[in-house]
Design a protein around this ligand. Structure first.
Ligand code: WQD
Length: 342
């Protein structure tokens, strides 16, 4: 019988790509999502790609009653992947309590119910934001936390600590914490991708919307950083590669391969690319010109950060594979498909 996995936030951007990879790997998936930042049609995309429609519960993970009912109805859930969280850095500064409630209460609820319902492991979505501005690049998992610069970033640090404290207190659960760098791109089928709400804050959706003529011009936030071309440097990780890391992590926890009950892995390519280099890659891969100008620095931006992914490569057995030009082509195909649907 297929192993059943609960994916919270499974209709969201990274969640939906992960559901596809889980189903492709033979897992059975139940999604819970409140659709606050996603769309029910995402299930059609998942079904079209995998030939299988995952079970879906519309509900909020911060609501213990809903969650308990879900576990009672699906008593055979063996693992959880927790994507149900708010992720906009700027909004978190405006609405800190919303972020603490959404991101922390949902995690507490899940952890509390895991032992009761015999759920063995949880994969948690963390972020390279826990490192702040690195003292060295590439940065590995042993680097200390830097003070969080937003409530969003703080929720990631606190969540990692909650999980670690719970497991170290002897709870019969395991966890793999994945620290994502900058997830970008879309499924190569263009059937699922990112659905930004309103004006995008992140680079790639802004870039693809500009290329599509929805936005007049992309602003590159600063070209006077201490980097080779002056623009910020990031580790852009393809969303399908990232999704596959969750499947590997789940397998490791459930098959008892993990050596430590809580393991932390950087999920990145190990390659730093500048904002200007990423724009170049997009233009080269798609043949589409992106109008852009150089603007002022954006407050709170990190100058440069990229991953040391050796631990994920060797211990987890996962490696980023998709070339960045392919990622940009996929992001563009998805943008074009969104335009068709309108
Ligand atoms: C990337 C680079 C911008 C928009 C954030 C979160 C992080 C993670 C991913 C998510 C920066 C530049 C951007 C634009 C630009 N969490 N840029 N013009 O800030 O690295 O990371 O998202 O859920 O925790 O902090 O990502 O895509 O916003 O920016 O020049 O219009 O692109 O200055 O250097 P960031 P981003």
């Amino acid at each position: 019988m297929a192993t059943k996995i609960l994916v919270t936030g499974g209709t969201g951007y990274i969640g939906s790509h992960t559901v596809v990879e889980l189903q492709n790997a033979g897992y059975e998936v139940v999604i819970i999502d409140n659709l606050s930042n996603s769309n029910i049609e995402v299930l059609d995309g998942i079904e079209a790609i995998t030939g299988r429609r995952p079970d879906f519960v519309k509900g909020d993970v911060t609501d213990m009653g809903t969650l308990r009912k879900l576990f009672e109805e699906h008593a055979d859930i063996k693992g959880i992947i927790n994507f149900a969280a708010s992720k906009a850095v700027g909004e978190s500064v405006q609405k800190p309590l919303l972020y603490y409630r959404n991101n922390l209460v949902s995690l507490l609820n899940l952890l509390e119910l895991m032992p009761e319902f015999g759920v063995k492991g949880i994969v948690f979505s963390s972020s390279c934001t826990v490192y702040g501005e690195p003292d060295v690049n590439p940065i590995d998992e042993t680097a200390p936390y830097k003070p969080a610069t937003s409530p969003y970033g703080n929720t990631k640090q606190i969540s990692e600590e909650i999980i670690t404290d719970f497991v170290h207190a002897g709870a019969p659960v395991k966890s793999v914490i994945l620290r994502y760098f900058n997830p970008v791109g879309a499924h190569p089928s263009a059937l699922i991708g990112e659905l930004p709400n309103g004006v995008p804050n992140n680079l790639v959706p802004y870039l693809t919307q500009t290329a599509a003529g929805i936005r007049k011009e992309l602003t590159v936030f600063g070209n006077d950083y201490d980097t080779p071309d002056g623009s910020c440097v990031r580790d852009f990780i393809d969303v399908v590669d990232l999704a596959k890391a969750h499947v590997t992590a789940m397998h490791r926890m459930l098959e008892n391969d993990s050596t430590d009950p809580v393991e932390i892995f950087n999920i990145g390519t190990g390659r730093g690319l500048s904002v200007l280099e990423l724009i170049d890659s997009f233009q080269r891969a798609t043949g589409v010109k992106v109008p852009y100008k150089i603007g002022a620095r954006r407050e709170g931006d990190i100058e440069k950060i990229w991953a040391e992914p050796t631990k994920a490569n060797t211990v987890l057995g996962w490696k980023a594979e998709v070339p960045v030009d392919d990622t940009m082509r996929n992001a563009w195909a998805w943008q074009c498909r969104l335009a068709e649907k309108k």
